[in-house]
Design a protein. Structure first.
Length: 163
């Protein structure tokens, strides 16, 4: 039986990669031909991260660096090492896809985070690989990231002591 995801997924929206040093990582990606499309400095109540969105054609990577030891990104790097932190799948109906996946047993770290630019939800992290999935539905013409959505994500993860 096909899941709603199989019928609704459009593409990989982006891959988020946790790094030790954001500026060093940016330089490495730029040498390959990626360019910085956006930078975000996000803070929760107890932690934060700095990030850069790098693009080359239709490919998008988001490089993440924790700003202090308590940061979710710093905790991820300590637990799993630098590397893929989450894979974002672009879907047509985030709420319906996540409800279907939850009914199939997938656990989620967040509730549905909805803003004017996008709707997203993050799965629980796979204990074997460290990767979690983000299911993201973008509004027409929206390609960037909402600082408010990132702050909502931080608040939810911090309240549950997750990373």
């Amino acid at each position: 039986m096909n899941s709603l995801l199989a019928d609704s997924v459009k593409s990989i929206d982006h891959v988020a990669i946790a790094v030790h040093d954001l500026e060093e990582a940016i330089a490495s990606y730029e040498r390959m031909g990626f360019s910085v499309a956006e930078r975000i400095d996000a803070r929760g109540s107890a932690s934060g991260m700095i990030s850069a969105v790098l693009v080359a054609g239709p490919v998008k990577f988001v490089l993440l660096q924790g700003t202090e030891e308590a940061s979710q990104v710093s905790r991820f790097v300590r637990e799993f090492g630098p590397g893929p932190q989450h894979i974002a799948l672009a879907v047509e109906d985030c709420e319906a896809v996540c409800a279907d996946l939850e009914a199939r047993g997938l656990e989620f770290n967040t509730s549905l985070i909805a803003g004017p630019e996008l709707t997203q939800r993050f799965s629980a992290r796979c204990p074997n690989s460290g990767v979690m999935f983000e299911f993201i539905e973008r509004r027409e013409g929206q390609q960037g990231f909402s600082r408010d959505s990132v702050k909502s994500l931080f608040r939810e993860l911090e309240s549950k002591s997750l990373f």
